[in-house]
Design a protein around this ligand. Structure first.
Ligand code: AMP
Length: 214
C-alpha cells in the first residue's frame, strides 16, 4: 500500500502515522523528519533546508524532489509507505507521479482553531521524533518521551510567526493538491477534529475505513 497524507500542518499526519504503518506494514516517510535529521547532523542538505524551514517557508522543489526520489529508489520502499508531508506543491506531485504509483491519498481535515491549538502545544522527541502535546497527548513524565525516554522540545517552526507563514503557504501551494488528486480519483477525506489522545479508536476506525474502501 502506497499512501499520501495530505492536510494542513498540525492536522495530525505524523501523529496517526504509527498506527497506520503498523496496520498496513509499511514505512513512515516524512520529509519534515528527513530535513530535521539532516539539520541535526549539519549535513549540506540540512544547512540548505534550515533557512527555509525556520521561516515557515517550503524548501525549494528541486531539493525536496531529489531527496524523496532517492529515498523511494531504495529496496525497503517496495512493500509500501505512508508519505507524510510530500508532495506539498503541484510540481512535486507531478514529479512523484513519474517515479511512484500511489494507491490512495488521505486528506485530513480539521477546523482552523483546532489546527492552531495542535501546532502551538506540540512537543517532539529529540531522539525518536515521537509527537506529544501539552494538552491533547500528554507524556507520562513531563518533558520526557514515553517511547524512548528522549527529551521533548518545541519546534522552532511551531512558534507563532512561523505557524502563520506555514498556514499561508499551505493555503497557497498545498491546498491545490486536493483537486489534483480528486481528479485522479484516489482522494479520500477524513475529518479529524477530535482529540486523538481521547478518541483514538474512533478516529483510527475512520482513517482505516477511508484507506480500505474504494
Ligand atoms: P513538517 O514536519 O511536515 O511540518 O515539515 C517541516 C518543514 O519542512 C516544512 O514547514 C517545510 O519547510 C519543510 N518541508 C517538509 N516537507 C516539504 C516538502 N514536501 N516541500 C518543501 N518543504 C518541505
Amino acid at each position: 500500500m502506497k499512501l499520501i497524507a495530505l492536510g494542513s500542518p498540525g492536522v495530525g499526519k505524523g501523529t496517526y502515522a504509527k498506527e497506520i504503518i503498523q496496520k498496513y506494514n509499511i514505512l513512515h516517510l516524512s520529509t519534515g523528519d528527513m530535513f530535521r535529521e539532516n539539520m541535526k547532523n549539519n549535513t549540506e542538505l540540512g544547512i540548505k533546508a534550515k533557512e527555509f524551514i525556520n521561516q515557515g517557508k517550503l524548501v525549494p522543489d528541486e531539493v525536496t524532489i531529489g531527496m524523496v526520489k532517492e529515498r523511494l529508489s531504495r529496496e525497503d520502499t517496495k512493500g509500501g509507505y505512508y508519505l507524510d508531508g510530500f508532495p506539498r506543491t503541484i510540481p512535486q506531485a507531478e514529479a512523484l507521479a513519474e517515479f511512484a504509483d500511489i494507491d490512495r491519498v488521505i486528506n485530513f481535515k480539521a477546523d482552523h482553531e483546532v489546527i492552531i491549538q495542535r501546532l502551538s502545544g506540540r512537543r517532539i522527541c529529540k531522539q525518536c521524533g515521537a509527537i506529544f502535546h501539552t494538552i491533547n497527548i500528554i507524556p507520562k513524565v513531563e518533558g520526557v518521551c514515553d517511547s524512548c525516554g528522549g527529551e521533548l522540545y518545541h519546534r522552532d517552526d511551531d512558534q507563532p510567526e512561523s505557524i502563520k507563514k506555514r498556514l499561508q503557504v499551505y493555503e497557497e501551494e498545498t491546498k491545490p493538491l486536493i483537486n489534483f488528486y480528486k481528479e485522479k480519483g484516489i482522494l479520500k477525506e477524513v475529518q479529524v477534529n477530535e482529540d486523538f489522545g481521547k478518541n483514538k479508536e474512533l478516529m483510527l476506525n475512520r482513517i482505516f475505513t477511508a484507506i480500505d474502501n474504494n
